[in-house]
Design a protein around this ligand. Structure first.
Ligand code: ADP
Ligand code: ASP
Ligand code: MG
Length: 401
């Protein structure tokens, strides 16, 4: 007997027929003699629709109230799935995130799981029930509902798998695995049988939303056996694990992230402490900074450019404007017509020329690069948004074909 955590995303539970399909799959696993905990997301586009509803009423609603609203989507799904499982005739109980014991910090809209009090889930499992848990949500220390950030149900599933020491965590979605590029952008993307946690973490963080990046981080930390599979087709998916056969692949995937804004601080004094001042003030406001570029100092001045998410752009500009008297820069510049395109692969560590090959593919297609960032296993470039999908395709063709 194994304990298996299965997570089904929004498109997998989008309507009644799909909820029944999920119930069939879950009960099949249960009837085969396994203990099953199921995590579900809100149906279809429910979360987007709820955000729209909130904006109609108050675009500046507090994050607490937004979380109260957004968490309702998953609550609908758990009840419907539990009803579908009841109809098939298997014992089941649905639990909200807080009933399942999810304690989080207080960062509304992007809360982190602190711990899971598994007692109630354990009791239900011991009573031979299938446990259906609402993804994406928890409770902070003030007993307020929090959500884990968009795509966060994957993280709920992995967290449960870790807390219950499950044998396996299966993420069921509308594609049958992790591909070398988003199959919706790149027709000839190839399905990967396996991928390392590190590569998957980079891909997920750089825009491949097939897995929430924190879920991968957590799976690595707690050594959770993770598989991405199709909700609709019964075919093997992609296993995410510590070490994989490299298959002579230089890169494992190409991805793009359109959620970037580039901020430039032009004409800063070329003196020590300037970068420290900028980034420490942004950190105080919990603004995550991504790519950073400092120009060569010339004539006593320098420029610093960096990227943030679009949501953080206004706040970033506000912070920098507040620093104008201290930093005495000449002007600020900001753009949100850019996209970050990245290649990821552990194979690039020992292979020079990978970045050059990527840049060549862009050059051959007349795509200009606005910023570059690299790490051991990735190269990212900032390019015009309108070229992003084409860039993914031409880079993919160059490396993977
Ligand atoms: P769910 O609702 O099941 O959580 P998501 O929409 O969050 O599903 O994630 C699945 C989607 O991720 C796919 O439909 C696909 O378009 C997209 N995707 C992006 N990059 C990749 C990739 N490298 N491999 C597979 N899917 C990807
Ligand atoms: N429903 C949430 C979202 O759309 C969480 C998830 O799907 O994982 O972001
Ligand atoms: Mg998702």
């Amino acid at each position: 007997m194994a304990l298996i955590v299965q997570k089904f995303g929004g498109s997998s539970v989008a309507d009644a027929a799909k909820v029944m399909n999920v119930a069939e799959r879950v009960t099949e696993t249960y009837k085969a003699g396994n203990q099953v905990v199921v995590v579900v997301s809100a149906q279809g586009d429910t979360t987007d629709d709820l955000i729209e509803k909130a904006n109609e009423i108050n675009p500046n609603a507090s994050k607490r109230e937004l979380d109260m609203l957004l968490s309702s989507g998953e609550q609908i799904s758990i009840a419907l799935l539990a009803m579908a499982i009841e109809r098939i005739g298997c014992p089941v109980i649905s639990l909200t995130g807080w009933q399942a014991g999810f304690n989080t910090n207080s960062v509304s809209g992007g809360a982190r799981i602190k711990n899971i009090d598994t007692e109630r889930m354990r009791r239900a499992i011991d009573k031979k029930r299938i446990v259906v848990v609402a993804g994406f949500q928890g409770l902070n220390k003030y007993d307020d509902i929090t959500t884990l950030g968009r795509g966060g149900s994957d993280t709920s599933a992995v967290a449960i798998a870790a807390a219950l020491h499950a044998d396996k965590c299966e993420i069921y979605t509308d594609v049958d695995g992790v591909y070398t590029a988003d199959p919706r952008i790149c027709e000839n993307a190839k399905k990967l049988d396996e991928i390392t946690y590190d590569e998957m973490l980079e891909l997920a963080s750089l825009g491949a939303n097939v897995l929430h990046n924190r879920s991968v981080e957590m799976a690595k930390k707690y050594n959770v056996k993770l598989e991405v599979r199709s909700s609709f087709e019964k075919v093997p998916g992609t296993i995410v694990k510590e070490v994989v056969n490299m298959e002579k692949m230089l890169i494992r995937g190409v991805t793009r992230d359109n959620d970037v804004a580039r901020i430039g601080v032009i004409g800063l004094q070329h003196t020590p402490g300037v970068a420290f001042r900028i980034f420490s003030e942004l950190a105080k406001e919990h603004i995550n900074v991504d790519m950073i570029l400092q120009s060569v100092g010339r004539g006593g001045t320098k420029d610093i450019a960096f990227t943030v998410t679009r949501e953080n752009e206004p706040k970033t500009l506000e912070v920098l404007e507040g620093l104008k008297d201290v930093l005495k820069y000449e002007k600020l510049d900001h753009r949100d017509d850019l996209s970050k395109v990245s290649i990821v692969g552990a194979g690039m560590v020992n292979n020079p020329g990978v970045a050059a090959k990527m840049f060549e593919a862009l050059y051959d297609n007349n795509i200009n690069i606005h910023m570059i960032a690299t790490s051991e296993i990735k190269v990212s470039v900032l390019i015009k948004l309108e070229n992003a999908e084409k860039a993914v395709r031409v880079i993919h063709d160059r490396f993977i074909g």
